[in-house]
Write a protein that binds this ligand. Structure first.
Ligand code: A2P
Length: 277
């Protein structure tokens, strides 16, 4: 399957990726990446915060996966924001990952003011070739607007919590209008969404599972998405979504599940920007 999105900087990113949050232990990591790669996943998404970058590096090495086929993302933790800490922590991440560069570097959470210096470091890291693309995570519109007041380059990806209970339509439109690809974390709503009757009904119609219906909904929405599972059968199932199509009516029924329900943390507000502008 060849579903790649072209980022604003010209890089190609697989639309579906494999999330590595809470994939812990070397054996589990190596097995998960091995199965995912065999099932066609090329994007692997980790973070300094996950504490598993070294395990990812070891797995990639053990499996001898071709670097130019892989798209590796990592994220700079809040405690490492600021210019010098960002540079040092990314070098440390690359060492753990046993890579010369990552494909995508994300600011993990918006920390008011600190993200300006973090972003300046990102622009320099990109120039130095330590990452191909730079983006953000958990940024709301206001954070993106505030960042844009000082950035030379805009983020090309915004990775946010996004699933049928939190459809994020206004942010999706804003990002589209600014050539930012939206990427969904917890695309399955950490499993909480899977038991919705609407999804079961639609899944039965297509002889698919509710998880596959949700991922297909993400696909047809044009966003990138990174499901996670440590179970071989689910890893395969989550990649098996390319042989059916949801109708416009089904897409709308799924959209209607939106109830603004977050499974994770709320991004903090930007007070300073509100005062100044
Ligand atoms: P597990 O790793 O035990 O398979 P999200 O990516 O939205 O955060 O959700 C991931 C959660 O959903 C994990 O707890 C994962 O558990 C579970 N999961 C992943 N794929 C499926 C699937 N196809 N069916 C049911 N649960 C799934």
């Amino acid at each position: 399957r060849e579903n790649y999105l072209t980022l604003a900087d010209g890089q190609q990113m697989p639309q579906e990726g494999f999330g590595l949050y809470k994939v812990d232990g070397q054996e589990t990591m190596t097995a998960a990446i091995q199965h995912a790669y065999a099932d066609g996943y090329r994007l692997f998404d980790t973070a300094q915060l996950y504490g598993n970058e070294a395990a990812v590096g070891t797995a990639l090495k053990q499996l001898s996966l071709p670097r130019d086929e892989l798209f590796v993302t990592t994220k700079v933790a809040e405690e490492n924001q600021g210019y010098d800490r960002t540079i040092a922590s990314v070098k440390d991440s690359l060492q753990k990952l046993q890579l010369d560069y990552v494909n995508l570097l994300l600011v993990h959470w918006p920390i008011e003011r600190a993200f300006f210096e973090t972003w300046r470091a990102f622009e320099d890291l990109k120039k130095a070739g330590l990452t191909r693309s730079i983006g953000v995570s958990n940024f709301e519109m206001i954070h993106l607007q505030y960042l844009a007041t000082q950035a030379h380059e805009l983020p090309v990806v915004d990775q946010v919590e996004l699933h049928p209970l939190l459809t994020q339509k206004p942010l999706l439109k804003f990002n589209r209008d600014h050539q930012i690809v939206t990427q969904a974390w917890s695309p399955l709503g950490r499993g909480a969404v899977l038991s919705q009757d609407v999804l079961k009904q639609i899944a039965d119609q297509h002889h698919k599972s509710p998880a596959q219906v949700i991922l297909r909904w993400h696909l047809q929405n044009g966003v990138s998405f990174i499901p996670k599972s440590v179970h071989e059968a689910r890893i395969a199932q989550n990649a098996d979504i390319y042989d059916f199509t949801l109708s416009a009516g089904e897409m709308t029924r799924i959209d209607a599940l939106n109830n603004y329900q977050r499974t994770g943390r709320e991004p903090e507000l930007v007070y300073e920007y509100n005062r100044q502008y």
